[in-house]
Ligand binder design. Structure first.
Ligand SMILES: Nc1ncnc2c1ncn2[C@@H]1O[C@H](COP(=O)(O)OP(=O)(O)OP(=O)(O)O)[C@@H](O)[C@H]1O
Ligand code: SF4
Ligand SMILES: [Mg+2]
Length: 337
């Protein structure tokens, strides 16, 4: 069952240069107890999407359309005061660069108490007990509650940030690049812990990352985002084995990963479009080796090609043949304007 359903969600930023839609018509589901990976290049709108769900967008941003249905309630339509009831308690976020967001002047235990006693209304004794449980939950030494953030390693800080987000037992956790700044061994341990937590606590997780190999290790399902739109979504093993969208094919070619080992990595040349002036057709067309005339004029709709498998590409039905061609490095040397 879906705990969260995004329906045609649009988020706009107002800037001095004009209005850009950083999230443009996103439709996506998160099921109970699953880890959903949201992957895409820098600037494609992952953080904006996460922050829109919990409605903590910057002041120049607004939800310009669509629905955010959490447990049957459209959060996009809620007054701010009611939205507050959902933050931390039902939906919590580990923000991007979370380990730098811990307050440097307070010991970890005090920061836990702040959330547990002020937001969660727990007594000091219960907050202390819960803090110890939270340390155990994320695999952080209990003695670290007496430490200041600067006394902790990057991995410990990240665990602390995850523990803080879990403090009030949310049902949905938005984890924005939770392992990006960590070395691979620590990355692996934290991702394993996150996976285990999802199972133990029936927690749904949206794991935001630009690294498709992180998704391969951790996520039940995945959604690939490009320039504000969902390019492809489905169960992780199937998306890896049978990508339907050329962008996913390109991402797989450009990252080393265990599910699909390959000898040479092939980069996707070019850069994503300026969201203030996106191309009129498919946003990936300027970088896509398989673009045809139709792609230049008509934006491809996100379609369910088979149950649970979504892609937004005019040529999705030819994906089998495109996958073979996508292995040829020279195809990706598209003329980039
Ligand atoms: N406050 C803002 N005002 C205007 N534009 C913004 C603002 N924040 C983000 N953007 C733009 O919105 C787009 C999406 O940004 P976002 O941070 O959501 O991307 P991202 O996928 O999380 O990137 P990264 O992988 O680098 O974290 C980018 O083009 C970015 O420049
Ligand atoms: S719609 Fe066309 S340009 Fe876009 S990804 Fe598919 S083939 Fe490439
Ligand atoms: Mg981001």
């Amino acid at each position: 069952m879906a705990i969260l359903a995004l329906e045609d969600l649009r988020v706009e930023y107002r800037t001095a240069r004009g209005t850009s839609a950083a999230v443009d018509g996103v439709t996506l589901e998160v099921r109970e107890g699953e880890v959903l990976g949201l992957v895409g290049e820098s600037g494609c709108g992952k953080t904006t999407l996460g922050r829109a769900i919990i409605r903590v967008l910057p002041r120049n941003a607004r939800i310009a359309g669509g629905r955010i249905v959490f447990d049957g309630v459209d959060l996009a339509a809620l007054p701010e005061a009611e939205m507050n009831r959902y933050r931390w308690r039902s939906i919590a976020m580990v923000p991007q660069a979370a380990m730098d967001s811990l307050d440097p002047v307070y010991r970890l235990g005090d920061q836990f108490n702040e959330v547990l006693m002020v937001t969660g209304a727990l007594s000091r004794t219960d907050a202390r007990r819960r803090s110890l449980d939270l340390c155990d939950l994320v695999g952080l030494d209990r003695r670290r509650l007496g430490s200041y953030p600067h006394e902790l390693s990057g991995g410990m800080k990240q665990r602390a940030a995850i523990a803080l987000a879990l403090a009030l037992r949310p049902r949905l956790l938005l984890a924005d690049e939770p392992v990006t700044a960590l070395d691979v061994v620590v990355q692996h341990r934290i991702l394993k812990r996150l996976r285990a937590l999802a199972a133990e606590l029936s927690l749904s997780v949206i794991l935001v990352t630009h690294d498709i190999s992180v998704v391969a290790q951790t996520c039940d399902r995945m959604a690939v985002m490009y320039a504000g739109k969902i390019a492809e979504a489905g169960p992780t093993p199937d998306v890896f084995a049978r990508p339907r969208h050329p962008y996913t094919m390109g991402l797989e070619n450009s990252f080393p990963n265990l599910l699909r080992p390959q000898e040479t990595l092939i980069p996707i040349e070019g850069v994503p479009p300026d969201l203030l002036h996106p191309p009129p057709g498919c946003r990936f067309a300027p970088r896509c080796p398989f673009a045809i005339d139709r792609c230049l004029g008509e934006s491809p709709a996100l379609r369910e090609l088979e149950p649970g498998r979504w892609a937004a590409c005019h040529r999705a039905e030819e994906a089998g043949a495109l996958r073979i061609q996508s292995q040829e490095a020279e195809r990706w040397r598209v003329p980039v304007p």
